[in-house]
Design a protein around this ligand. Structure first.
Ligand SMILES: NC(=O)c1ccc[n+]([C@@H]2O[C@H](COP(=O)([O-])OP(=O)(O)OC[C@H]3O[C@@H](n4cnc5c(N)ncnc54)[C@H](O)[C@@H]3O)[C@@H](O)[C@H]2O)c1
Length: 312
């Protein structure tokens, strides 16, 4: 059935892929984005079918009439840098937490039934066990992560008060086409793929043995679509259940391009997470979805994008 969705941050990397998938599924999409890191070019596929409102999410109430009635809000608009957030905690609290508070008020005032929130695996911080299910006690190491954890709780508090349903997806390291490499804190997959595709060198922070759960953007999008109509729980990990080190990522890219990548070594970021991998059984058990794209395939599609030929 055709539905109407509001996607905040819909011009960004993950958000624009979600918009494409919703439009492909025959739904009506309203995008609200201030284009601070999102780009018009990301919307080339969705734009013809989506309404785009250029605005700060904190001003959402002013745009209620333009947004109209929506079945659910997918809230992705956020500032996304852990290191930056340690210096700019007021701004991160204002945009990430204040922005979500305004979305909640909008939902309450407009009778929106459901909010899907892009949370982050960074809420876990450094844990004794590297494989994390949703019951691991959160230990954020940045204000960014703290705003995501607080956001999950804000939804629980107000969902209960206002009667909307909600779900938070703790995204692990999402990668793929359209991730902005010019973003000051573009993540490692993005920077490495861009460098590998263009014969450039990379900076490695620490010994490169820190590992992450890298999930291809199409698999993350499938998680958003799966939980859109409803879910038994309010919290799900979105990852692959696999762990790859930064050095393994470099080696995989060298294998795919057939070229060595020059590495410039830098000191480790003090609050860096050492090892992290998602236990994804909760999402799999309830929705029957598992990640489909292998790291090799995902990297190869991302390399093609950064080499100039966008594959999708
Ligand atoms: N990419 C990942 O690996 C990852 C991991 C964990 C969580 N997340 C979360 O997923 C969401 C999307 O991340 P992304 O990687 O696509 O980043 P992104 O920077 O590409 O997307 C964020 C979008 O929000 C918009 N935005 C920022 N501040 C805004 C404001 N005040 N008002 C309106 N729009 C605003 C930006 O212009 C951008 O389009 C974020 O909430 C992020 O915290 C991403």
């Amino acid at each position: 059935m055709r539905k109407r969705y509001l996607v905040t941050g819909g011009a960004g990397f993950v958000g624009s892929h979600i918009c494409d998938a919703l439009v492909d599924g025959g739904h009506e999409v309203v995008i609200l984005d201030d284009f601070s890191s999102g780009r018009r070019a990301n919307l080339s596929a969705a734009a013809s079918a989506a309404r785009v409102i250029e605005a700060d999410v904190r001003d959402i109430a002013r745009h209620a009439a333009a947004i109209g009635e929506v079945d659910a809000v997918l809230h992705l608009a956020a500032l996304i840098s852990g290191p930056d957030s340690l210096r700019e905690y007021d701004r991160y609290a204002e945009v990430n937490l204040g922005g979500l508070a305004r979305v909640i008020e909008f939902a309450a005032a407009s009778g929106v039934g459901r909010i899907v929130f892009a949370s982050s695996s960074t809420v876990y911080g450094n844990q004794p066990a590297p494989v994390l299910d949703e019951t691991a006690p959160p230990a954020p190491l940045s204000v960014y992560a703290l705003t995501k954890l607080a956001g999950e709780h804000l939804l629980s508090i107000y969902g209960h008060l206002h009667g909307f349903s909600h779900v938070s997806l703790r995204l692990f390291n999402v990668y793929g086409p359209r991730q902005a490499v010019d973003h000051p804190y573009a993540n490692v997959t993005c920077k490495f793929c861009h460098a590998a595709a263009n014969g450039l060198g990379v900076k490695r922070y620490g010994d490169g043995k820190q590992s992450r759960d890298f999930v291809y953007v199409a698999d993350a999008v499938r998680a958003f679509l799966a939980v859109l109509a409803g879910s038994r729980r309010t919290l799900y990990n979105v990852g692959t259940g696999e762990e790859h080190s930064i050095n393994a990522l470099l080696a995989a890219l060298e294998g795919l391009t057939g070229r060595a990548i020059a590495v410039e070594d830098h000191g480790a970021w003090p609050n860096d997470i050492r090892r992290i991998r998602a236990d994804v059984t909760r999402l799999e058990d309830e929705f029957g979805i598992r990640p489909r794209v292998t790291l090799r395939d995902g990297l190869s599609r991302t390399l093609a994008y950064f080499a100039g030929g966008e594959p999708e």
